[in-house]
Write a new protein. Sequence first.
Length: 141
Amino acid sequence: MDSKDPLGLVIRDLHLEIANYLTKLLAPVRLAPEQHLLMALLLEKEGLSQNEIANKLGKDKASVARMIASLENKGYIHKVTSRQDRRSVNVFVTEEGRKLETTINEVTLQLNEIIATGLSPADYSTLKTLLTRVQDNVRDA
């Protein structure tokens, strides 16, 4: 990639490289990169509603519904109708899904280590701050 390439292309290409890397690491447990995020979220806090998951992941409800359906078909999660709102469901991890916790944590750590390779702690912090600022700029546009 040339230094004259727009930053948006650099960020897009970075996203694709990370997604391809995660796809390779997650293939043995039949998870897509975005499903990895959803499972990590639920392993940290079960019982979230589909709306809460969508908000936390920054995804639309339809995408989250598809991810949930796929993970449910794989036996990693199950849905329970909310006691507070019959139109809503809460999502929980199954025993089969719990078996993925070590793999999910290892993949997350491995990715973070690769991203941080060659960066000082200060560089890493600055990069994160700058990328967050760019994200906010685009979101607020």
